[in-house]
Design a protein around this ligand. Structure first.
Ligand SMILES: NC(=O)c1ccc[n+]([C@@H]2O[C@H](COP(=O)([O-])OP(=O)(O)OC[C@H]3O[C@@H](n4cnc5c(N)ncnc54)[C@H](O)[C@@H]3O)[C@@H](O)[C@H]2O)c1
Length: 293
């Protein structure tokens, strides 16, 4: 996709962080935007910022993990703008610790938002894009955790690797179908957003989950250090605006993998190489700061 003017972008998790930056960039490119998020107030605030910049904005309060709410998002998008050209499956949360310490609720919540949210987005929006005669593009927000062998939150890691798999599956299926839809998967390292405070957005039915990212019940001391290191990295991370620049450059170039943090390429390479050489997962502690110390 090279031309964005007057086209329509749908962004999930649009009320803050990377999603808000993608929405701002979409407006800057002359697109109409549909903002989907679970946070009502932040959604309204984001819409006001974008409207102030001249954007045409539709807000649809959406919990991406719920099929019926995603269906409503698709219907409202079509009703308001008649089509969709750019879909950002971006909403994401993190919770839990090791596989056995993460509660069932944590597993279900993170898989619901991160994985089912993307599945619903693809199930619902790909057929709409296929029925249009214009080209379109889908960007799924994974993470470096989708390419590296270790993250302190097992549910987060599993979903992010799942999003890379979903995106690659989508890429090949769309090629086979000769559909005019391109795909990218975004795999950033630390980005300066509120993701580490994301539990504030926990839907009421999950609020019994207090043993989340910051407070695993019984855990190794290393875990707290890993989280502290992630919190520091996020606080000093790349600006969401720069991430959005990388993303739009990749859309223009029809590039599938969007790796915004080249300092981690050695770690990704080491992981891939250990698979090919039949070796055990590599010790990446020096590269990623928290791992197998
Ligand atoms: N910040 C980072 O360092 C980083 C690194 C790699 C990948 N990512 C990924 O980027 C994406 C955006 O995260 P961010 O860093 O901007 O965090 P963020 O917390 O600022 O934004 C996430 C947004 O998703 C929304 N959200 C949460 N649950 C939702 C649900 N059920 N339905 C709809 N919206 C929901 C939140 O309200 C929030 O506005 C996520 O998928 C995240 O995993 C972030």
């Amino acid at each position: 996709m090279k031309e964005f003017q007057n086209k329509v972008a749908v962004i999930t998790g649009a009320a803050s962080g990377i999603g808000r930056a993608l929405a701002e960039r979409s407006v800057q490119e002359g697109m109409k935007v549909v903002l989907a998020d679970i946070q009502d107030e932040a959604l309204t605030e984001t819409a006001a910022i974008l409207q102030h910049k001249g954007g045409t904005v539709l807000c649809v309060k959406t919990d991406v993990s719920r099929a019926e709410e995603m269906e409503k998002l698709a219907q409202e998008t079509l009703r308001a703008f008649g089509g969709v050209h750019l879909l950002f499956n971006n909403a994401g949360v993190g919770a839990g610790g090791t596989i056995w310490e993460s509660t069932l609720d944590e597993w279900e919540w993170v898989l619901g938002v991160n994985l089912w949210g993307v599945i619903h987005g693809l199930r619902l929006f790909v057929p709409i894009m296929m029925a249009q005669d214009t080209g379109s593009h889908i960007v799924n927000s994974a993470s470096l955790a989708g390419l590296l062998p270790y993250h302190p939150s097992a549910p987060y890691q599993v979903t992010k690797q799942g999003i890379v798999a979903l995106s690659e599956q989508l890429y090949y299926s769309l090629k086979q179908w000769k559909a005019p839809i391109n795909v990218s998967v975004l795999c950033p390292g630390a980005v300066r957003t509120g993701i580490m405070d994301g539990m504030q957005q926990t839907p009421p039915e999950w609020q019994s989950n207090t043993a989340v990212l910051e407070a695993p019940s019984q855990t190794k001391p290393d875990y707290a250090a890993a989280l502290a290191s992630m919190r520091r990295a996020t606080a000093m991370g790349m600006s969401p605006k720069l991430v959005a620049e990388h993303v739009f450059a990749a859309i223009r170039d029809e590039r599938f993998y969007i790796l915004t943090h080249p300092e981690f390429n050695t770690a990704v390479h080491a992981r891939m190489q250990s698979v090919l050489l039949g070796q055990n997962p590599p010790d990446l502690s020096r590269v990623i700061g928290y791992c197998l110390k």
